[in-house]
Write a protein that binds this ligand. Structure first.
Ligand code: ADE
Length: 311
């Protein structure tokens, strides 16, 4: 059973990177079912208006609640239908997907608007084989709700811990705001019925949530079983749980042993695994103190040995 990811944005083209690399492969294999939706498809006016001026005055524009409500309701209904064996997933060409005449904006993504780009997803077995059925037929149940993620610089920090938590969910819906943000009643409305998290990827302001969602989807996607080529790669990441938890990773080297006069640290060529582990830990500590003093200060002294304390 794969994870279903719905992404709603007024710039679906931002998400074409999800066609390639780890995430693209996971989509082809059926580990990830990513659907990108154009928010404007749920507007009803000729101008496809998604924003309006803020109550109380001030600069910028606020995204209107009605259009978000219609979009999220439709996607939830679609996800529930996709999970029931009777209904066809849009990805296999359901009535919803294939009928622009009905006016349903649930288009047959993969990635809205990208068939011309030669996306490997578009022509994949997943897309083109109604006969085999959706690999996600066991996905969201009729009563299921997604976890809704709203990227915003005002949110809680997105961390590796949250990435791990989200990687365990069957269904995520990312709602990308532009302008000054989404009318807060949208978060209130859905927050009463399902988990809604406003998350920030860092202390800087992007033009919209799209790039933040790409960051989060990559961080989450690489944790899914079978997405990462080497299952061990995620284990000793900076911030991953384990012995080196809360330490930054130290420097790494490969061949040749000398490059432009720069040598690889001798210990790494020694074959002495104990000394190598000690050296790596020292380097990790040094780097953490230098680059992230606040992380270094938060290290539990109980986890430091005699050698660590000398550094
Ligand atoms: N939207 C704009 N800036 C953002 C940030 N730093 N994190 C998440 N979403 C954002």
């Amino acid at each position: 059973p794969g994870m279903r990811l719905d992404i709603v944005s007024i710039f679906p083209e931002y998400f074409s990177p999800l066609d390639v690399s780890l995430i693209g492969k996971a989509r082809e294999r059926g580990t990830l079912d990513v659907r990108v939706h154009q928010l404007r498809d749920w507007t009803h006016d000729v101008h496809k208006t998604v924003d309006d001026t803020p109550y109380g005055g001030g600069p910028g524009m606020v995204m209107k609640p009605e259009v978000w409500g219609e979009a999220i309701d439709a996607i939830i209904a679609d996800g529930r239908a996709a999970g029931s064996p009777a209904a066809d997933s849009p990805i296999t060409g359901s009535p919803i997907t294939g009928s622009p005449a009905t006016g349903s904006p649930i288009t047959g993504s993969p990635i809205t608007g990208s068939p011309a780009t030669g996306s490997p997803i578009t022509g994949s077995p997943i897309t083109g084989s109604p006969a085999t059925g959706s690999p996600f037929a066991g996905g969201p149940e009729a009563s299921a709700t997604p976890r809704i993620i709203v990227p915003t610089p005002s949110g809680r920090p997105f961390t590796q811990e949250i990435a791990q938590e989200l990687a365990a969910e069957p269904w995520l819906l990312f709602a990308c705001g532009r302008y000054e943000g989404i009318d807060s009643r949208v978060m209130r409305e859905y927050g009463a019925r399902m988990r809604v998290d406003e998350l920030s990827i860092g202390d800087y302001v992007l033009a919209g949530g799209e790039v933040a969602v790409l960051v989060m989807v990559e961080a989450i996607g690489r944790l899914l079983p079978g997405v990462l080529g080497n299952v061990h790669s995620a284990v000793d990441d900076s911030f991953a749980p384990g012995a080196m938890r809360n330490l930054l990773e130290g420097p790494v080297y490969t061949k040749p042993p000398v490059w432009r006069g720069h040598e690889v640290p001798e210990v790494l060529l020694s074959g002495h695994h104990g000394k190598i582990a000690r050296w790596r830990r020292d380097e990790a500590l040094r780097r953490t103190v230098a680059n992230r003093p606040e992380l270094a200060a938060a290290i539990d002294p109980e986890t430091l040995d005699k050698h660590d304390r000398k550094l």
